[in-house]
Design a protein around this ligand. Sequence first.
Ligand code: GTP
Ligand code: MG
Length: 365
Amino acid sequence: MGFKCGLVGLPNVGKSTLFTALSSLPVERAKYPFATVEPNRAIVPVKDERLSKVAALVSSAEVTPATLIIVDIAGLIEGASRGEGLGNRFLAHIREMDLLLHVVRGFDAPDIPHMAGEPEPKQDIETVELELIFSDLSVLEKRLERVQRSVKGPAREAAAEKEFLEKMHDHLSTGKTARSMKITALEEKILESLQLLTAKPVVYVVNIDEKDITKEEPAAVKTVQALARAEGAPVISICASLEGELEEMEEEDKILFLQEYGLEETSLNRLIKVGYDYLQLITYFTIKGQEARAWAVPKGTTARRGAGEVHSDMEKGFIAAEVINWRELLEVGSVTSAKENGILRLEGRDYLIRDGDVIYFRFKV
Ligand SMILES: Nc1nc2c(ncn2[C@@H]2O[C@H](COP(=O)(O)OP(=O)(O)OP(=O)(O)O)[C@@H](O)[C@H]2O)c(=O)[nH]1
Ligand SMILES: [Mg+2]
């Protein structure tokens, strides 16, 4: 299953509106805060023209795109980590995510209350981040207690872990996020096991006013860009209310509508591009019987691991992978002629899958 991204942010910033824009699911959107209590979830297909072309070439009856899971999480406010607002119950939902989409309010609407008075992008981001930092600090403190109690274990490892936990605790205590701390490969393992919320990669999404769409860079976007630059995080600006109204439209009509506002792409497609790029995901294709299918994996995934995405038996019994780039396959016209022309490469278990590969896995059961 594709990567999971969670919409986080203050209440009333347009998370559910954006969720509807991205998923075409008409969920509750309201002028009052905490309209969302239980998270909304959607599995969204990732549009890929390469897949359609490959599928057409081999006359696949079934075309299965890669997917993305989008979760619209309840808004959080100052004090959330101590139970304010909807409390910290939903922090668990954030923990499951691979990527956070931090939604920042960039639209002006006096009738829609903002939790902190006026929307102040910088301060709003800090408020949300601080709550996540508090939650991480308590995770660290619990772990530290445990490490200190178990000093009888393998002493050197425990000492290294303790040292890292303390270092991270100091770092977070200054109001910084876990992802902003430089760490070693060894520490990376400990960090992963902690599942800290502020260690997750973030894409900032500025929800701008309709009237600002044609502006080069509205003030809110500039502010967020400056902040994001410091941590190398991407920023995209969208107008959720504009696309949130189009849930019943087919994608082509949506694009035609957006073009009237000077927008070339749906926010979903823009988000997918940014997300894949930031998470360094690549796509490969499989053709099996009547089904052509796309799979998304992190760059650096081996052929054997890629086979495991399709089925765990294929990873266990992996023999080899027959590989051809999708474009080459289109050029040569069929798999048979690719074989005859020697363009279909035979790769071993450690072959690093490349973006755009069409792969036939050979395995024994
Ligand atoms: N003017 C304007 N209003 C918007 C925009 N995006 C969302 N809204 C409105 O803002 C209100 C709140 O939007 P929601 O999508 O419910 O916000 P939310 O972040 O999910 O809020 P919670 O679930 O309470 O945390 C709704 O009335 C939306 O119609 C926008 O871009 N411009
Ligand atoms: Mg909501």
